[in-house]
Design a protein around this ligand. Structure first.
Ligand code: IPD
Length: 271
């Protein structure tokens, strides 16, 4: 039998806390201490891999038959570690790798859990500060015991909108063009560098909305549920759910106008 989402969330929270401790400790010990090679990227990869391996081992110990999709195990087809149950875990061991690299205290472990292909629970934990957002489908989104409800802003012109940029140069150029043309229509733009936390900040109303193109499932699975459970609408361009084309998270009153602008600006093309 498949456990209730609340039970799966308990496992997720425990695994995410341990993973966050490892990420934080490795950062505090100095990234050079965890580097296997001399380059900057390798340093982060070493921490990423160590955290992912630990979390996957913990998940496999708790739930041996479940599938796991993570950055290290992911591939273009979205294949990961196969499992024989109805449950799949979706893990980003360190979301915000550039912040991590620079020691900016804003990076997260993101862990979501699906049953039969639907995300039913998720946790995002800022590994540097301990801030932790959780959600259970149908059970609301919470931080520190407080239920989250998103922003009450209804005017896009007064909305603070978070976004992010991918690593691919052509995509970045396209994303910069969209920001350039969107900014006259919003209060301002924020780029914090952690997609999963951006979604949680939108769930808290600390930003009014968030959008980004080109995200991987592990970037938005947990934070997306937190946003949905806070009452936000989370969807892509086509209305078939958030995906690599676009993830938009906004309160219902802002979703329509933001979607309209992004559909128009994205139509200019770009990867
Ligand atoms: C990245 C961050 C960033 C977002 C990028 C992601 P990573 O994830 O979430 O905020 O703009 O699209 O790839 O590489 O740090 O795990």
């Amino acid at each position: 039998t498949t456990p209730a989402p609340e039970e799966l969330l308990k496992i997720a929270v425990e695994v995410a806390r341990e993973a966050a401790e490892t990420a934080y400790r490795m950062r505090a010990e100095g990234v050079s201490a965890v580097a296997t090679k001399s380059t900057v990227t390798d340093v982060v990869t070493a921490a990423d891999r160590a955290v992912e391996r630990q979390a996957v081992a913990a998940l496999r110990a708790a739930r041996p038959a479940d599938a796991v999709l993570g950055e290290e195990y992911g591939d273009a087809d979205g294949a990961g570690l196969a499992g024989g149950s109805r449950v799949r875990w979706i893990l980003d061991p360190i979301d915000g790798t550039v912040n991590y690299l620079y020691g900016l205290p804003h990076y997260a472990v993101s862990l979501a859990v699906e049953v039969d292909g639907e995300v039913v629970a998720g946790v995002v934990r800022n590994a540097a500060t301990g801030d932790e957002w959780t959600a259970v489908r149908g059970g609301g989104a919470h931080r520190a015991g407080r239920r989250l409800g998103g922003s009450t802003e209804t005017d896009l012109g007064q909305a603070l909108v978070a976004t992010g940029f991918g690593y691919d140069p052509a995509r970045r150029a396209h994303q910069a063009g969209v920001v350039h043309r969107l900014i006259p229509y919003v209060r301002d733009i924020r780029r914090f560098g952690v997609a999963s936390i951006d979604l949680c900040l939108a769930a808290e109303g600390m930003v009014d909305a968030y959008y980004e193109k080109g995200l991987n499932l592990w970037d938005h699975a947990a934070g997306g549920l937190v946003a949905v459970e806070a009452g936000l609408r989370v969807d892509g361009l086509a209305g078939t759910g958030p995906g690599p084309d676009l993830v938009i998270a906004a309160p219902p009153a802002l979703f329509g106008p933001l979607h309209e602008h992004l559909a128009r600006l994205d139509a200019a093309g770009g990867p």
